[in-house]
Design a binder for this molecule. Sequence first.
Ligand code: FMN
Length: 368
Amino acid sequence: MSNRIETPLDLLHIQLKNRVIRSAVHSFLPSKDGYMTDAEYAMYEQLARNGVGTIITGHCCVDELGRANPEQVNIYADCFTEQFRRAASTVQAEGAKFIPQISHAGPRAIDNDDLVDVVARPLKKEREARALTVAEIIHIEQCFIDAAKRLQSAGVDGVQLHAAHSYLLSRFIDPTFNQRTDEYGGSVSNRFRIVEEIIGGIKKACGDDFPVLIKINIDTKHEDAAAYHEDMVWILRRCQELGVELVELSGVDFINQPKTATLYYLEEAARLKALVPELPISLVGGVRSLADMEAILAAGIDAVSLGRALIAEPDFVTKSLAGAEKSICVSCSRCFVLPNLHPGIRCVWAWKAEKARQKVQKMQKSAE
Ligand SMILES: Cc1cc2nc3c(=O)[nH]c(=O)nc-3n(C[C@H](O)[C@H](O)[C@H](O)COP(=O)(O)O)c2cc1C
């Protein structure tokens, strides 16, 4: 029988109760000093109660100098560890897995005048980033390893390395950004070296059985897309050799996709999966209905990851299984700015739907 979204998925060291993963999404709900708020915990609980088998947190910062958002959850020091215990146990009580995403913003870091990147480059607003030294690369690797160790001690089910969307690790992998001439640039094995050293370091510090996942761009803005495809095949095979639990495939341009587009990366993801069949893969990008989820599984991909559909409707999975035709998310991406303008509101469509519901309720009451 073919896999359905309710089918459990056996990874190397853990079993996911179904094929649905909440992809990492920065919620704008944490406090400005790097801690989850009650609203953040409630969000995770609601997702876990509504058919999401695995929850990956929004990007958590491993280095004080690599923060991407003022209200980002931090994990760069011991004081940030305990908050993950409550989140993990809340999610695990629903039978779901809780996997923090760990990240370094590189040149997109805030509150930092000394910006660093894989190579030196001019940035917007007449700023520039300088190239990381090898000693600094090794320091950043250690920050990721220390973060994983802290998270393991808080009882999480694994960690996901954020190596997508132009954050620091993805910039090493992608030749669009990486023109280094040392052992961290050039060949794909060199460009992947920082990630590989982090994975090896985490396995050494936390044990071989501690699950390490990775999110990576399936595509590139580099002119040589065919070469990047070959890079991806190499990277996925290497991930399998390194004992990576699951690779989540995303892309560089999800935000620029036409609003009506769905399953942006499915074709290439299916090609890659066929070439590296033993490696568990999930796909994120433009999943807006049960039919979309089923199409991903039918293409041979192991799991389905959801971003904006779960911002719009945290119960999107249960609703879909109960017959809802499609998500209310129209990929407007206002969820990237709305929470800053109107704290607490994460999706304009969800907000409108709630207002309409309240209006009907009020009318019904006054008619009684
Ligand atoms: C508001 C918002 C915040 C996001 N934060 C993260 C993040 O912290 N880490 C990450 O890897 N991706 C992040 N993403 C990207 C999503 O995980 C996902 O890859 C992307 O939205 C495409 O999937 P979708 O079409 O299902 O939304 C974010 C997306 C949105 C809309």
